[in-house]
Design a protein around this ligand. Structure first.
Ligand SMILES: CC(=O)N[C@H]1[C@@H](OP(=O)(O)OP(=O)(O)OC[C@H]2O[C@@H](n3ccc(=O)[nH]c3=O)[C@H](O)[C@@H]2O)O[C@H](CO)[C@@H](O)[C@@H]1O[C@H](C)C(=O)N[C@@H](C)C(=O)N[C@H](CCC(=O)O)C(=O)O
Ligand SMILES: Nc1ncnc2c1ncn2[C@@H]1O[C@H](COP(=O)(O)OP(=O)(O)OP(=O)(O)O)[C@@H](O)[C@H]1O
Ligand SMILES: N[C@H](CCC[C@H](N)C(=O)O)C(=O)O
Ligand SMILES: [Mg+2]
Length: 478
């Protein structure tokens, strides 16, 4: 493709472009290099390296110099997204974007499952990677940077995926990563505190999420909104200002209304009103909050054109996402579960929810990642102290921070907690406390397969460590 076709402007000379990237280290001969200002460095400083690696053109903010043809744009991130979408032009026919602090991954998986059950070739993209029956790819980000994003969308569409549910993280929305995706549906789970290390204020955080509805959702699109989620009203207002139809779900929902939710040992007994009819469903999902995500997923699928009746009949068949309230093993009549709660609201929600599935004590392991929002740590500790009978504070991806200091910040909210940095030891300690009817809920890492210390990632999987600890404990008990 010529630079002029990629950039949609007349330019001379007009070189052939064979690829594009925002990382000078990934530049090959014939590539366009997008020089972007980041948090740590300025991509413009790497133009000489890109030139040396054989770049054919540069995209940069006005005033940046190079010996190569330069496409100047005051919003180079958005322009890169548009170029990536031209370079990798295919997208699944229906793409639903899902934003919110908690529940994106679960909702994306549920929507993809519902579409698949209805006979569509469907997929999901997000924290668990790009997944579908016909195409899979691991991803480093929940919402990848635009080149990887459009390469993946293109590959999925070529493989036959027609319906895709993808997570849109607030970082991605603030950085215009998904700006060139054709969103037919935009969905909102909730907004509570997270990522205040990156967004200057809570209002900024909401504004980033709001972009999905105010700017990225197409004018013929529909907003699906979990009305029980914090912040839902703000999203309804954005949709109203654009005259966009909404599908409102949840107890407070108008279109897919939750009449009752009764958690039992193996799942959730739901009563739902939709389109004038009442439906009963009993999906094997743990945690009443999963009903919000399941109904929002139903709202997405209905917004994309499926018949409400067909969708409602499939809710029984939903399966939880890996690492989200996932049952792992049993010890002495007590259950061990793994969950991905890493915000104050998620810790509170997950622990409150597990009670309904646990007649005995609730033991929680919590941790908080390094190089992330520090102000959420004591609040996570407080939530754990409030909703669990016993709390153990353990390490969770300390990254470049001092793990003991992170734990001390968590402990401010739960001073009576046990402080056990080593995560395997913390899990073994939790397992040893279990008796009949109790639950150990290991929070924060969910599906993750590693513990990041400094720049190194050591293999670590909560589920398999818990299984080993449980089998050791059972041997010990004879
Ligand atoms: C805060 C954030 O989102 N940072 C992302 C951002 O980094 P940055 O702006 O700091 O980049 P930088 O290091 O300053 O570099 C600026 C530019 O120079 C380029 N560069 C840099 C060095 C070099 O030698 N050559 C070069 O060209 C970089 O590629 C970049 O384009 O751009 C980088 C390149 O695309 C990303 O890898 C990086 O993600 C970091 C690693 C990250 O951890 N991001 C997380 C917080 C994130 O995005 N998370 C959300 C989900 C969060 C959630 O919902 O829970 C996600 O969608 O995954
Ligand atoms: N609707 C909800 N309301 C409150 N908490 C929820 C909800 N759904 C999920 N959670 C909690 O949030 C955790 C993360 O869920 P999930 O992975 O689906 O969210 P996410 O938004 O994709 O998170 P991330 O931003 O890390 O990708 C769950 O493990 C659970 O503890
Ligand atoms: N997407 C989230 C994941 C957090 C998971 C937790 N295990 C941590 O490392 O903080 C983030 O990057 O903030
Ligand atoms: Mg996610």
């Amino acid at each position: 493709m010529r630079l002029s076709e990629l950039a949609y402007e007349t330019i001379s000379p007009d070189p052939q472009i064979d690829g594009l990237t925002a990382d000078s280290r990934a530049v090959s001969r014939g590539f366009l290099f997008a020089a972007l200002e980041g948090v740590k460095s300025d991509g413009a400083d790497f133009i000489p390296q890109a030139e040396e690696n054989g770049a054919a053109a540069i995209l940069a903010r006005p005033g940046v110099r190079s010996t190569l043809p330069v496409i100047e744009d005051p919003e180079p991130r958005r322009r890169l997204a548009q170029m990536a979408a031209r370079f990798y032009p295919r997208q699944p026919e229906v793409v639903a974007g899902i934003t919110g602090t908690n529940g994106k991954t679960s909702t994306a998986r549920f929507a993809a499952q519902l579409w698949t059950l209805l006979g569509y070739e469907a997929g999901s993209m997000g924290t668990l990677g790009a997944q579908s029956r016909v195409y899979e790819r691991p991803l480093a980000h929940t919402t990848p940077e635009p080149v990887t994003l459009h390469e993946t969308l293109d590959a999925m569409a070529r493989a036959g995926v027609t319906h895709l549910a993808m997570e849109a993280s607030s970082h991605a929305l603030a950085q215009h990563r998904p700006d060139a995706v054709n969103f037919r549906v935009a969905a909102f789970t909730n907004i509570t505190q997270d990522h205040l290390d990156y967004h200057a204020s809570f209002d900024d955080y909401f504004a980033a999420k709001g972009r999905l509805f105010s700017q990225l959702l197409t004018t013929s699109g529909t907003a699906a909104i979990n009305m029980d989620g914090e912040g839902a009203q703000g999203v309804v207002e954005i949709a109203r200002a654009r005259n966009l139809p909404t599908i409102q779900t949840g107890v407070k929902g108008r279109d897919v209304k939750l009449l009752s939710c009764k958690p039992h040992l193996g799942g959730l007994a739901l009563e739902i009103e939709c389109n004038g009819y009442v439906y009963r469903a009993d999906p094997p999902l743990i945690g009443a909050f999963q009903a919000e995500n399941a109904l929002l997923a139903a709202g997405i699928v209905i917004a994309a054109g499926a018949k409400p009746y067909d969708v409602m009949l499939q809710l029984d068949n939903l399966e939880g996402a890996p690492g989200r309230m996932e049952y792992i093993t049993e010890v002495w009549g007590g259950g061990v579960y793994v969950d991905y709660a890493h915000t104050p609201d998620a810790v509170a929600t997950a622990l409150a929810a597990i009670r309904a599935h646990a007649p005995g004590k609730v033991i929680a392991i919590i941790g908080a990642g390094g190089d992330r929002d520090r102000t959420k740590r004591p609040l996570m500790g407080e939530a754990a102290a409030k909703y669990a009978d016993t709390v153990i504070v353990a390490d969770d991806n300390p990254r470049t921070e001092d793990p003991a200091a992170i734990r001390a910040e968590l402990m401010k909210g739960c001073p009576d907690a046990k402080n056990i940095g080593d995560r395997a030891e913390a899990i073994a300690t939790g397992v040893a406390m279990l008796s009949e009817g109790d639950v150990l809920l290991i929070l924060g890492k969910g599906h993750e397969a590693g513990q990041q210390v400094g720049d190194e990632i050591f293999p670590f999987d909560d589920a398999s460590v818990a299984r080993d600890a449980a089998s050791d404990r059972m041997k010990e008990l004879g």
